[in-house]
Design a protein around this ligand. Structure first.
Ligand code: 4AD
Ligand code: MG
Length: 457
């Protein structure tokens, strides 16, 4: 169906010309002699006004109900407010839309819209979120591609739990086994599709390290799955994960890349999505654009975990979870650090080894590992990363201390036997980045179909 994008018409490229446009009616109104419809085709946050002169004899009544899809032929003229609009010459109703269409004019709450994931994309909010999401994804690829990183695709079905936190969804074709069919777990898994226990990957990092040991600099950008039973505004069971892995890099290099990458992608969104960002600034977080401009024009803060604990204890703040050296930082602590202590994006480094994963490089103090989390105001952690343990014996010791089964990690350990190098990387939660950039405060509202504990559609 040959037609012109509404975005291009609104940009003024077609003024004076005859065009065909397609879209859905967002609002409509009638005057004595004229009818008006605001049409949206998804290419722009703004609608295109269709003007019908009733004296022309064009059948317009069926084209008025909200949600109706139309094809309109007409001439692009400049409207009274200076914006291009269409003087309609022919209107074809492609699909009617009855009055029970749930997205009638008034503003709907995000909770209400969550009950109709198949329709909510047609609201201004989701139109803007999805475009920012798309521009961010493209900017991430651009950042790494321009710097000699290789984009690799790591497997989604895996035999090892990367983070070791037991949050893996199981992949099986057997399903429910009646008592007595299998004598133990091993014989059950032996009969399963892969002949051993398999699950959905929580992170592509371990395979990403394999690729980095061959190609130097790599990144992945794909889904990760976590069976965390946490019903919070920042956890999904299926989220998109950006994971660069860099050979010949130590923790300060990892931090520098994370900061530089974030600044690049936020700059790109501010430049490319001006209209969408103005919308979020107005409706979701007053001062959002200024906050992001501020963020990318300053260095992020860096704070040692031990120092962060000292400052949290001295803060006098009444936290729900008490703070002690050795504790994992809760969202309330993370937000306090970035919102009150440093008032900007803050890297917290060198966590106690007990609360971090087995693969992180042990620091000379023997107590902490070269880990880094990036905490941002409003959201908390959006990045988790580290320098990896590149020493074979130390890595084996860390795995033994955790009582891990070495067999599934034989390939991973081989990387430390054959030309091991200092290396590191990080994981960025893509939806958390979108939350931070748009000011939308629930992660379920920045992905087309959210999957969370107890909820799938
Ligand atoms: O901190 P995490 O668990 O780190 C890793 O997975 C490392 N293997 C990454 C690496 O070094 N390559 O997860 C990284 C990020 C978190 O900071 C968070 O932004 C996001 O992934 N994330 C989630 N996002 C949405 N829903 C969830 N359930 C998430 N779990 C982690
Ligand atoms: Mg983490």
């Amino acid at each position: 169906m040959k037609h012109t994008d509404i975005k291009d018409i609104l940009n003024g490229q077609y003024t004076g010309q005859k065009v065909t446009v397609c879209g859905w009616v967002r609002t409509s109104r009638n005057s004595k002699t004229m009818a008006f419809m605001a049409l949206n085709d998804g290419t722009s946050l703004s609608h295109l006004q269709i003007v019908v002169d009733k004296a022309s004899g064009i059948a317009y009544e069926d084209a008025m109900p909200l949600g109706t899809s139309l094809k309109v032929e007409g001439t692009v003229v400049t409207g009274q407010n200076g914006t291009p609009e269409i003087n309609a010459e022919c209107i074809t109703v492609l699909g009617v839309c009855p009055p029970e269409y749930p997205l009638q004019k008034k503003r709907h709450t995000l909770e209400f819209l969550r009950t109709m994931p198949h329709l909510r994309g047609r609201t201004n909010t989701f139109n803007a979120v999805m475009r920012v999401r798309s521009v961010l994804a493209s900017a991430i690829h651009q950042y790494f591609q321009e710097r000699n990183y290789v984009y690799v695709n790591t497997p989604l079905i895996t035999g090892s739990d990367c983070e070791g936190a037991g949050e893996m969804f199981q992949v099986t074709t057997i399903g429910y086994a009646p008592d007595g069919t299998y004598k133990d777990a091993d014989s059950y898994y032996a009969a399963d599709f892969f002949g051993k226990r398999a699950g959905l990957s929580v992170s592509g990092q371990l395979e990403g390290e394999v690729a980095a040991m061959a190609m130097g600099k790599i990144y992945t950008f794909g889904p990760s799955f976590r069976a965390e039973n946490s019903n919070t505004p920042k956890h999904l069971a299926e989220f998109w994960h950006v994971e660069p892995e860099i050979a010949f890099a130590e923790l300060p290099d990892v931090i520098e890349i994370a900061e530089d990458m974030l600044k690049h992608v936020i700059r790109t969104v501010l430049d490319t999505c001006k209209e969408e960002m103005a919308f979020f600034d107005q409706h979701f977080e007053k001062g959002l654009v200024e906050r992001l401009e501020e963020l990318i024009s300053h260095d992020f803060a860096v704070c040692d975990y031990t120092e962060a604990i000292r400052l949290l204890k001295e803060s006098g703040e009444d936290f729900q979870y008490p703070v002690e050296w050795g504790c994992d930082l809760q969202t309330e602590h993370e937000r306090y650090i970035s919102e009150k202590m440093f008032r900007r994006a803050t890297f917290v480094t060198n966590y106690p080894k007990e609360i971090k994963s087995f693969y992180m490089k042990l620091n000379p103090d023997g107590k902490t590992v070269a880990a880094v989390d990036l905490l941002v105001p409003g959201v908390g952690e959006i990045i988790g990363g580290s320098e990896r343990e590149a020493d074979y014996d130390k890595l084996v010791a860390a795995m033994q201390a955790r009582g891990m089964n070495m067999i599934p990690y034989a390939d991973y350990l081989d990387l430390r036997r054959f030309g091991s190098v200092p290396h590191g990387g990080f994981g960025l939660g893509f939806e958390r980045l979108i939350m931070y950039v748009t000011g939308v405060s629930n992660i379920r509202d920045v992905i087309l179909f959210p999957r969370a504990a107890g909820s799938i559609r």
